[in-house]
Design a protein around this ligand. Structure first.
Ligand code: CA2
Length: 171
């Protein structure tokens, strides 16, 4: 089923340990802190006419609650669930109930890393996946949601126009 697109705010959710970005493992995750990423993501969204709500939690239950609260009303969700990507059926179930586009983001290319990172539960509920492009991946995810919103708006306009045309023909 195609996920609906509404609103002008994009919710960005970050999972466990992503608050440590910029402090260790720069070879894998880059040097940007999560605050740097939030700033760049908000800036790109602003250029495209969107706002961003940017959150990080180390708690699976908090992430599930955030997802449940975002089932409608947002333009889309960007999710880097961190290690929960590979373990959490609870996050998958919550994402499956979301009615807006979901873009899964990973800083690293999880498919070039340990085999336990090759499987993502999040991907089963994601509209698209971006991995291995570092912090830039978040900005690309914003662009993807903006494009999906534009396409969905076009479809809604077409449907409205088609209805008007049909009713005029029927008169
Ligand atoms: O590549 C990604 O974005 C990941 O989602 C990051 C997760 C990892 O478990 C996923 O397999 C891939 C881990 C984020 C932890 O980041 C740290 C940053 C600095 C120091 C320690 C951890």
């Amino acid at each position: 089923m195609t996920k609906k697109t509404t609103g002008r705010t994009i919710l960005v959710l970050n999972g466990p340990n992503l608050n440590l970005l910029g402090t260790r493992e720069p070879a894998i995750y880059g040097r940007a802190t999560l605050t740097d990423i939030a700033t760049a993501t908000k800036s790109r969204a602003g250029e495209l006419g969107f706002q961003v709500e940017f959150r990080q939690s180390n708690s699976e239950s908090e992430l599930v609650s955030s997802i449940q609260g975002a089932r409608t009303g947002f333009a889309g969700l960007i999710v880097n669930a961190g290690a929960y990507t590979h373990t959490s059926i609870a996050i998958l179930d919550a994402l499956s109930a979301v009615d807006v586009p979901v873009i899964e983001v990973h800083l690293s290319n999880i498919y070039r890393r340990e085999s336990f990172r090759h499987h993502s539960f999040v991907s089963r509920a994601a509209t698209g996946v971006i991995a291995g492009l570092g912090a830039k991946g978040y900005e690309l995810a914003v662009e993807a949601i903006a494009n999906l919103a534009l396409a969905a708006g076009g479809r809604r306009r077409n449907t409205a126009a088609a209805k008007t045309a049909r009713s005029k023909t029927a008169r």
